[in-house]
Design a binder for this molecule. Structure first.
Ligand code: PMP
Length: 410
């Protein structure tokens, strides 16, 4: 299990008790790991710009930056020909890929995606929200067959899917989706923002083409993410940002520019070296820690949370796939008759519990789940939901405090 750099502060509750703030919002941003902080502290004396100078500071910083790229690539299961491009976060990574698509590419995605996977595509076909992993695979195959029949074999196709939903935590059948996509000559981009903190991400064993992650959900600081995958589209695309570092030559009149290949093509400007080094340190730690033991621990916490919440009258747990389907430590729910925003504030102020409230940057999906929950329970549902998510610092006590407080409210 990864060790956090700091635990949440104690909060004084209205009844006089002092308790650690129960942070159940890991899916939004995870606290920073000790190894990330240590890596930044180790590099601080060497604060210098990458790839820019011959001096020792620049050399050392450049080496640390490139080593991190390698470590993160290994963590994501990249193949020797893959490229690992540093971005600001998953949203930035998906937008970079959208920018790099060959002209005329059609992207196929599901309406259940996070907005980062739903919105960036210049030309997009959106599939309905599937009711099971198997129906996701079937619906993708049907759609790709119809698109090929209509548009012919030459049209570049990209399938963009999430590996684990940020609303339900449900794990998507990535290898099966990739198999179908490849049958029809489509590439696959996997949004692993929510899977990576909980489960191994493996481009090679999935046989997927691209993967995107965010450092701040992976126990590293804000501001560093990655797009990793096939080099050809990335190397043929115009640079994502035009500027220093992305060019190998600019003519005297600046009218002729030679852009570099490789990740530097899309990383113009001075990069976030500390973010990259911190993320590299976390990836190295996650690669060597007991992820199976950790996975079991998180599964116990989230199963306990889901079961206990579901037993409270008036509470509906949001799910898209059948109950019992594989899922990471995220549980979204709504309490009939209660505004979720008010409830989230009350949980924070009166109980010292932090959860997320809203539609979770997945508006069509969250609204669909709320309306399904209303149909299933026969109860009126609020307009938005609450989301509790667990991670490295979560205790059984945190989970039980949330359940008790929700029971009181309901
Ligand atoms: N995809 C998923 C599944 C997410 O949960 C998130 C963050 N909520 C994102 C993409 C976007 O991540 P970021 O805000 O770090 O760009």
């Amino acid at each position: 299990m990864i060790t956090l750099a700091a635990l949440p502060p104690q909060v004084a509750l209205p009844d006089g008790r002092k308790l650690p703030f129960a942070n159940l919002d890991y899916a939004a941003t995870a606290p920073v790991a000790r190894v990330a902080l240590d890596a930044v502290e180790d590099l601080l004396p060497w604060y210098g710009s990458v790839h820019r100078g011959a001096g020792a500071l620049s050399q050392k910083t450049s080496l640390a930056y490139e080593r991190s790229r390698q470590t993160i690539g290994d963590f994501l299961g990249t193949r020797p020909d893959d490229e690992v491009v540093f971005t600001r976060n998953t949203t930035d990574a998906m937008n970079l890929l959208a920018h790099a698509l060959p002209p005329g590419t059609l992207t196929v995605t599901f309406l259940g995606e996070h907005h980062a996977g739903l919105l960036p595509w210049p030309s997009v076909h959106r599939l309905p929200i599937p009711a099971s992993p198997a129906s996701a695979v079937a619906s993708l195959a049907d759609a790709l067959r119809a698109i090929r029949a209509r548009d012919g074999a030459a049209r570049p196709l990209l399938v963009a899917v999430t590996a684990a939903s940020n609303v339900t935590g449900e794990v998507w059948p990535i290898a099966e989706l990739v198999e179908q996509a490849h049958r029809f000559g489509a590439r696959v981009a996997v949004d692993a923002a929510q899977l990576a903190p909980h489960r191994p991400v493996d481009l090679s064993s999935w046989d997927a083409d691209y993967v995107a992650v965010s450092g701040h959900k992976l126990y590293a600081p804000f501001g560093c993410g990655v797009l990793a995958g096939r080099a050809d589209w990335l190397d043929q695309a115009p640079p994502y940002l035009a500027g220093g570092g992305a060019t190998s030559g600019v003519a005297d009149d600046a009218a002729t520019v030679t852009w570099t290949d490789g990740p530097a093509r899309h990383e113009a400007g001075t990069p976030n070296v500390f973010g990259a080094v911190a993320l590299g340190a976390v990836c190295a730690a996650l690669t060597s820690c007991d992820r199976v033991g950790w996975q079991d621990h998180e599964a116990r916490l989230s199963t306990r949370l889901e079961r206990r919440l579901a037993r409270i009258p008036g509470v509906a747990v949001l799910r898209s796939f059948p109950s019992g389907s594989d899922r990471v430590g995220i549980v979204s729910f709504a309490v009939s008759g209660h505004d979720s925003g008010d409830l989230a504030t009350w949980l924070s102020v009166e109980h010292g519990i932090g959860v997320r409230e809203g539609l979770f940057c997945a508006h069509p999906f969250s609204r669909h789940l709320l309306s399904e929950a209303g149909r299933r329970t026969g109860l009126p549902m609020p307009a938005t939901a609450l989301r509790a998510s667990v991670g490295a610092g979560t205790t059984t006590d945190d989970v039980d405090r949330l359940v008790e407080a929700v029971a009181k409210a309901a």
